[in-house]
Design a binder for this molecule. Structure first.
Ligand code: ASP
Length: 350
C-alpha cells in the first residue's frame, strides 16, 4: 500500500512539473521518435463543405491526393531527396485539372492564367520562385531550375519564361491551362462583382467573395532519409486577380519555407494575409527561437492569420518527421504518409 502511495505521489509531482513548464511558457518537447522519412501535401484550403460535394468528386480528389503522395513516398523510401519528392509530387497535382495549379489554374480578370511557384531546400537554405508565368507547364520545375541553375531566387513574367525556355523546360500554349470549370468561376466572379460594386459596402464584398475565389493551390513538405527537409508550393493564385497580382505561394517565408534546423512548410489560403503574417517562416522562427513544437508553432501562426482576418492553412514536417496540417477554413485537401506507408487523407475539418 505504502509503495502504491509513493508511486502515485511521484506521478503527481511529475504531472505538476509539466504543467508548471507549460504555464511558465516553457516548451514541453515532443516525445515522438525520429521518423526515417515523412511527407505531407495539401491541395488547397477554403470553403470546402460536404454538402457541396458529390461522392464522385470526393473520390476524384482523394484519388489524386493519394496518387501524388505515393509518388513522393516512393522517392523517399528509395533514398531519394526531399527536393525530388516535393517536385515530383507537385507535378502530379499540377497535371490534374482539379487543382488550382498547372492545368486547372484559375483565371485572371483578363481571362489569362498567371502561375506562381516556389521551392526551398532546408539543407542549404537555397530557394527558387517564379511568378506570373503563362506558358510553363510545370511551374514547380521552373522554381527548381531557378534555385539550381541561376544566381537568383525569384523571377517573374517574361523573364522567367525566357529562362524556362533556356533551361529546356516544357512550354505550352497559354490555352493549355483553359478549363471550363475555372472559366465559369471567372464569369461568376465578374458578374457578382458588377452587381456588388454598385453597392456601397465594397469592403464587405471583397471579404465575402474573395474567400471563395481561391481553391486548390498545391503544396508539399518532406523529410528524406538524410535528414534533409524541403517544401514547395504551386498555384494559379486567385480567380479574377488583376494588375499582375502575386500571392504568397512564390514568396519564400510566406508560401514556402524549409530549414533543416526546424521544419518545412507549404501554405495555402488568402495570400495577402499569408504574406503579411510571413506564415511559413514564422512557424520556423517560433521553433528556432522559442523552442515551440511544430504543432504549437503552426497553431499559433494560423491563429495570427485568423486574428488579422485571413484564412487558409499549412502543411509542414519537422526535422523528426512530425507532421502538421493546420487550417482555419471549413476544409483543406490534405494527405500524409509515414515511413511505414500508412496513409491519411482528409478534406473537411474533422
Ligand atoms: N495562396 C494562394 C494565393 O493567394 C491561393 C490559394 O492558396 O488557394 O495566391
Amino acid at each position: 500500500m505504502k509503495k502504491t502511495i509513493f508511486l502515485f505521489t511521484i506521478l503527481l509531482l511529475l504531472a505538476n512539473c509539466k504543467q508548471a513548464e507549460k504555464d511558465s511558457g516553457q516548451v514541453v518537447a515532443e516525445t515522438t521518435d525520429k521518423a526515417e522519412f515523412s511527407i505531407v501535401i495539401h491541395g488547397g484550403a477554403g470553403t470546402i463543405l460536404k454538402k457541396n460535394m458529390t461522392p464522385e468528386k470526393e473520390a476524384a480528389y482523394k484519388a489524386i491526393l493519394e496518387e501524388a503522395i505515393r509518388v513522393g513516398y516512393e522517392i523517399l523510401k528509395n533514398g531519394g531527396t526531399s527536393l525530388d519528392a516535393v517536385t515530383k509530387t507537385i507535378n502530379v497535382m499540377e497535371d490534374s485539372p482539379l487543382f488550382n495549379a498547372g492545368k486547372g489554374a484559375v483565371f485572371t480578370n483578363a481571362g489569362t492564367n498567371e502561375l506562381d511557384a516556389s521551392i526551398m531546400d532546408g539543407k542549404t537554405l537555397n530557394a527558387g520562385a517564379s511568378a506570373g508565368t503563362t506558358n510553363v507547364k510545370y511551374p514547380i520545375d521552373l522554381a527548381r531550375a531557378i534555385m539550381d541553375n541561376s544566381p537568383h531566387v525569384m523571377m517573374a513574367g517574361n523573364g522567367a519564361e525566357k529562362f524556362a525556355e533556356e533551361q529546356g523546360l516544357e512550354l505550352v500554349e497559354p490555352s493549355y491551362f483553359y478549363t471550363e470549370n475555372r472559366m465559369n468561376s471567372l464569369k461568376r466572379a465578374i458578374e457578382s462583382e458588377k452587381i456588388e460594386l454598385d453597392h456601397d459596402d465594397k469592403a464587405a464584398f471583397y471579404d465575402t467573395t474573395i474567400k471563395d475565389y481561391k481553391f486548390g493551390t498545391v503544396g508539399c513538405a518532406a523529410l528524406d532519409k538524410n535528414g534533409n527537409l524541403a517544401a514547395g508550393t504551386s498555384t494559379g493564385g486567385m480567380t479574377n486577380k488583376r494588375w499582375g497580382r502575386v500571392g504568397d505561394a512564390p514568396i519564400i517565408g510566406s508560401g514556402t519555407y524549409a530549414n533543416n534546423a526546424t521544419c518545412a512548410v507549404s501554405s495555402t489560403g488568402w495570400g495577402e494575409y499569408f504574406i503579411r503574417a510571413q506564415v511559413a517562416h514564422d512557424i520556423s522562427a517560433l521553433m528556432e527561437y522559442k523552442g515551440l513544437s511544430l504543432e504549437e508553432a503552426a497553431k499559433t501562426v494560423i491563429g495570427k492569420v485568423g486574428d488579422l482576418g485571413g484564412d487558409g492553412g499549412i502543411v509542414a514536417v519537422d526535422k523528426n518527421g512530425n507532421v502538421a496540417m493546420e487550417f482555419n477554413t471549413a476544409g483543406m485537401y490534405r494527405a500524409t504518409m509515414n515511413d511505414k506507408g500508412e496513409l491519411y487523407l482528409g478534406i473537411y475539418n474533422d
